[in-house]
Design a binder for this molecule. Sequence first.
Ligand SMILES: [Fe+2]
Length: 218
Amino acid sequence: MKTYTRDEIYELHKKYTQGAHPERFLDSVWTHSQIVAEIADRICDFLKKTYEVTPNRELVQTGALLHDIGVYKCHDDELNPVQEPGYISHGIEGYKILKKESYPEYLARFPLSHTGTGITTEDIERENFNLELKNYIPVTLEEEIVCYADKFHTKYPAFDTFDKAKSRLEKFDPSKGILMNRFKKKFGIPDVSDLEAKYKDWQEELDHYLTSLSEAKK
Ligand SMILES: [Fe+2]
């Protein structure tokens, strides 16, 4: 299995950040990715402790740090999600970036499969998403862990509870709630309270910056 260091992945983020505030954009996505990696590691702990199951932790960490690499293609200069190609496509954009950068398929799949609880052909038809009609769902244990961990932190930036994340997804389709319940049974609910404290100042500062950007636009 090919491995990538944290520094190598950070360099990839640096390469793809863009817009009028590239450093801030990079900080937002990279810090979110690190938070998701920390949450994903706790889910690995839960699996080990509860079921004596040992996921590939290195793969989980790499996948978590790469999962939102496509986000850089899906925001405008003021760091708002774009209409076209649509924020929903950031997973596919990430897949394309990683393939272009010669990352192996098993890593390129992390961006592809992490959106919501995974995007199905039914979702694409129902919501009229501008995506090729395919299933973009987490398949491996490691993909599922990253997908689920991502639900506990948003790039707005804020931590989310299980219930909040579940109800947000249920607005698309009640079956997403069923999938979230299955994830909960499998992976538990990670305790992120110490992470909330650790990243509180960072979040407030970024929130303030994003608010000032949107106010400057008015
Ligand atoms: Fe994410």
